[in-house]
Design a protein around this ligand. Structure first.
Ligand SMILES: [Zn+2]
Ligand SMILES: [Zn+2]
Ligand SMILES: [Zn+2]
Length: 446
């Protein structure tokens, strides 16, 4: 590693260097002339085969060609006291390779027993044989690397699990790679490992201690258990597992912000959670299923996942519950309740719902169906009620602004449907957080 040379300075150093001819401080008097500090450094590092056949450090110059010490008469200490090799010396006594080797052995040997774990021997050998011993030594002398290696040295066993116990770092990944390459550790599924690392970080985002404990169990006993049962963890599994836990954490933090513990979860909370945010919130249904299986929450709780291309069907008891929550004939605004049925019961996106036209709605004596994108939803009685009411008098509001429009949910702007934000606000009023029962839609004049 040669430092860039400063400018030649004849005023300060009148005599030029015998080799480079520039004016720097002269440090040594060799047979080919007085030599500057830069040429001296370079000479110590010049390696090759001398004209005499000697291979090693060639600090001298004969006819401008590098030459060995014996041929050139240059006196220079390049003999390592440890290995005897001719090389640039680190401390004036030992070559870089020997210092690197000593450092590796010192760090990887258990300080109490003086013995290196047999599994670490191949790692030590690999570290010692780094091509550029001086760069290797610079790397290994960094405090975080040295600390990691000394912690590894005292680990009770060299396993993936014991490496996982040490702080996550690139050094850990590198050393694990060495252990695997040298057969000291089996190759393992890195996606599963990355998932574990990711989850450890993600847990710090849970605001409530109890909820953090829940997420930890969810990760361990649902996602990691599934990954362990797979031959190879696919990228899809990895991403879905991350997404499920991310949304579960958001959901639990959302509950915590409202002073609700998971065990106190009620249907109204779930409905608010879904209606207040983006459709990705329905991903929390995966966590909900697990929470129900593990008896953390009431098994009657539901979130209707948004699945395109399938017609969601509700069981008789689910319909009954939905009805009680939404349809209150005394205080009913049919338009809001018709929307609420699609958004809250069938988990449809508000952005799709507002664009419904009467062409998408079929009302027969037996059945009401609503077509949303590629999904047709059948509304069994009594969920069809608000829709039938609305269909009978579709122009009960805003007729002036909509003389010809076919929108189901007409807006204030002439010829336009209601905006997503307006509808979201109206539905938000229907499911205020913390309410225990469905609050019926109020009969407001739009
Ligand atoms: Zn020079
Ligand atoms: Zn020679
Ligand atoms: Zn040496």
């Amino acid at each position: 590693m040669s430092r860039p040379r400063p400018r030649s300075d004849p005023a300060r150093w009148p005599e030029p260097c015998g080799r480079c001819g520039e004016h720097h401080r002269l440090v040594v008097n060799w047979p080919d002339g007085r030599i500057c500090g830069y040429c001296y450094q370079q000479a110590k590092r010049t390696r090759g085969i001398c004209a005499c056949g000697h291979e090693g450090v060639l600090p001298g110059r004969i006819n401008n060609a590098p030459a060995c010490r014996r041929c050139s008469g240059v006196r220079l200490n390049v003999d390592c006291r440890s290995c005897g090799a001719e090389d640039e010396l680190y401390t004036g006594t030992h070559c870089w390779s020997c210092v690197l080797a000593t450092t590796v052995d010192r760090l990887l040997t258990h300080p109490d027993t003086g013995i290196m774990h047999p599994a670490l021997a191949p790692v030590a050998a690999a570290l010692k044989s780094m091509k550029r011993a001086n760069s290797g030594l610079t790397w290994i002398n960094q405090p975080h690397v040295a600390t990691f290696l000394s912690e590894l040295a005292v680990a009770p066993a060299i396993t993936h699990a014991s490496l996982d116990q040490l702080p996550s770092s690139r050094t850990r990944d590198y050393v694990r790679g060495l252990l695997v390459e040298h057969g000291a550790l089996p190759r393992r599924d890195e996606l599963a490992a990355r998932y574990r690392d990711w989850a450890t970080q993600a847990l710090t985002r849970v605001t409530d201690d109890h909820h953090r404990d829940v997420v930890q169990r969810y990760v361990r006993w649902h996602h990691q258990r599934r990954m362990n049962s797979m031959d190879t963890v696919t990228h899809g599994t990895f991403l879905r597992a991350k997404q499920a836990v991310t949304v579960a954490i958001e959901f639990l933090n959302w509950l915590h912000d409202r002073g609700i513990k998971l065990e106190q979860l009620e249907q109204a909370h779930l409905d608010s959670w879904q209606v207040e945010g983006p459709t990705t919130r329905e991903i929390a249904s995966r966590f909900l299923r697990w929470a129900i299986t593990t008896r953390l929450v009431d098994p009657a709780l539901t979130m209707t996942p948004h699945r395109r291309g399938t017609s969601p069907k509700l069981s008789a008891s689910e319909q009954h519950t939905a009805l009680r929550r939404i349809v209150n004939p005394d205080q009913l605004n049919p338009r809001d309740c018709a929307a609420a049925i699609l958004v809250l019961v069938f988990a449809q996106q508000i952005e799709d719902v507002i664009r419904l036209t009467w062409d998408d709605v079929t009302v027969t004596d037996e059945l009401v169906t609503v077509r949303l994108s590629d999904l047709t939803i059948a509304l069994p009685p009594p969920l069809d009620q608000p829709w039938r009411q609305l269909a009978e008098q579709p122009s009960h509001d805003l007729t002036a602004a909509h003389p010809h429009s076919n929108w189901v949910f007409r807006g204030f702007s002439p010829g336009q449907p209601i905006s997503a934000d307006s509808l979201r606000n109206r539905l938000r009023g229907c499911s205020a957080p913390g309410r225990h029962d469905w609050a019926p839609c109020t009969n407001s004049p739009n």
